[in-house]
Design a protein around this ligand. Structure first.
Ligand code: SF4
Ligand code: ZN
Length: 311
C-alpha cells in the first residue's frame, strides 16, 4: 500500500475517504485537522495560557504532542498541563506516570489535583461509602467521577489563571455525548456542546476540544508511529458505564458506515448554527454553597459532598 500523497510506504488506510497515508502524511493530516478545528472555532488567542487536561491515556498524550508542535508557531501562548488523580487503586498511578513523563519531556508546567485532597474523598472511597450499584447507589461510578473531574479541572484552570481549558475528547467521545443527550431528551445540554469556547458563566473557564473531529483509530495510530507511550489498561469502573452501550453502537455501525460519526458531528454543528443566540436561555444560577454555575440550587459536586458527609 502506497501513500496517496507521496507514494512512500503507507501505514494507515483511512476508511472514510480511502486515503492511504505514510508516517509523515498521517502526522501532517492529524496536525492540519487539529489546526483547522482551532482556527475555525477560534479556540485560542495568540497570547492564551492554555490549560490541557492530561490523564496519560492515548488521547491526551497525542493531543499534548500535537498542540505543542502547533503552539511553537505562537511563542506568546503557553500550554500548562493539569492531571486529576481520581483515587482509583491499581489504575491512576500508571496514567499519572505517563502524564508526568510526557509533560516533563516538553518542559511544561504540570499541576496535579486529586479528588481526595481537593474534594475530601477519593473515588474508591466514594463508591465504598455509597455502596453497591442498584442497591444503595443510584448512579454508575463514572457519573460521580465525571462530576468531580469537571469541577476540579475548572478549579485548577481558574487557579493557574488559564484563558481556556482544553480536553482531549475525540470524535467518537463527542458523538457519544451528542447521542446520550438526545437519548435523554436533554436538548438544553445539547445546546451547550458548542465547539467555540464561551464564557457562559463567571465561574466557568471556557472549554475547547481540538480533537472533536479526530477519530480514535487515528489517535492510536499517531501514538504508535511517534513512539508515544500511554496507559492502555481500562479503568476498573468502566464496566459500569452506561455510555458503553452507545459506544458499542457507534463503533459497530461505523464499520459499515464510516462517515457515521462525522455526519452526526456535522449535524450537531448545523443545529447550533440554527439556534445561534438562543443557547443562553435556561440561565445558569450560582450554587448556594460554592458559587459555581448550576442549573439548580446547589451544584452537583456540592450535592455529592452532602450525601457523603451525611453517611
Ligand atoms: Fe472515572 Fe469512569 Fe473514566 Fe473510570 S471510566 S476514570 S470511573 S469516568
Ligand atoms: Zn457547589
Amino acid at each position: 500500500m502506497k501513500c496517496t500523497f507521496c507514494g512512500n510506504q503507507a501505514v494507515y488506510l483511512r476508511p472514510y475517504d480511502k486515503l492511504s497515508l505514510c508516517v509523515q502524511h498521517l502526522n501532517e493530516q492529524m496536525r492540519k485537522r487539529v489546526q483547522k478545528e482551532i482556527t475555525k472555532n477560534k479556540m485560542f488567542g495568540r497570547k492564551d495560557r492554555i490549560a490541557l487536561g492530561i490523564s496519560g491515556g492515548k488521547d491526551s498524550v497525542a493531543l499534548l504532542d500535537i498542540l505543542h508542535k502547533i503552539e511553537k508557531n505562537f511563542p506568546e501562548s503557553e500550554i500548562v498541563a493539569i492531571t486529576i488523580d481520581e483515587g482509583i487503586e491499581n489504575y491512576r498511578d500508571e496514567g499519572l506516570l505517563y502524564a508526568k513523563k510526557h509533560v516533563s519531556k516538553l518542559g511544561l508546567e504540570h499541576h496535579i489535583y486529586s479528588f481526595e485532597k481537593d474534594f475530601g474523598y477519593g473515588l474508591d472511597e466514594i463508591i465504598r461509602i455509597l455502596g453497591e450499584r442498584g442497591k444503595k447507589r443510584e448512579f454508575g461510578a463514572c457519573t460521580y467521577c465525571g462530576i468531580l473531574r469537571r469541577k476540579l479541572l475548572n478549579n485548577a484552570a481558574k487557579e493557574i489563571d488559564a484563558d481556556v481549558l482544553v480536553t482531549a475528547h475525540n470524535l467518537e467521545d463527542e458523538v457519544e455525548t451528542i447521542l446520550l443527550n438526545i437519548i435523554r431528551g436533554d436538548i438544553q445540554r445539547l445546546t451547550r456542546l458548542n465547539p467555540k469556547p464561551k464564557k457562559i458563566h463567571e465561574s466557568l473557564v471556557p472549554r475547547a476540544k481540538p480533537f472533536r473531529s479526530t477519530p480514535q483509530a487515528e489517535i492510536v495510530m499517531y501514538c504508535v508511529i511517534n513512539d508515544l507511550e500511554y496507559q492502555e489498561i481500562q479503568c476498573p469502573y468502566s464496566v459500569e458505564a452506561y455510555r458503553g452501550e452507545v459506544r458499542e453502537f457507534i463503533f459497530k455501525t461505523q464499520e459499515k458506515q464510516p462517515m457515521l460519526s462525522f455526519n452526526i458531528l456535522r449535524g450537531q454543528d448545523k443545529f447550533l448554527n440554527l439556534i445561534e443566540g438562543g443557547h443562553t436561555k435556561g440561565e445558569l444560577k450560582e450554587c448556594e454553597k460554592c458559587g459555581e454555575a448550576t442549573a439548580g440550587k446547589i451544584c452537583k459536586s456540592c450535592w455529592l459532598k452532602e450525601q457523603l458527609d451525611s453517611r
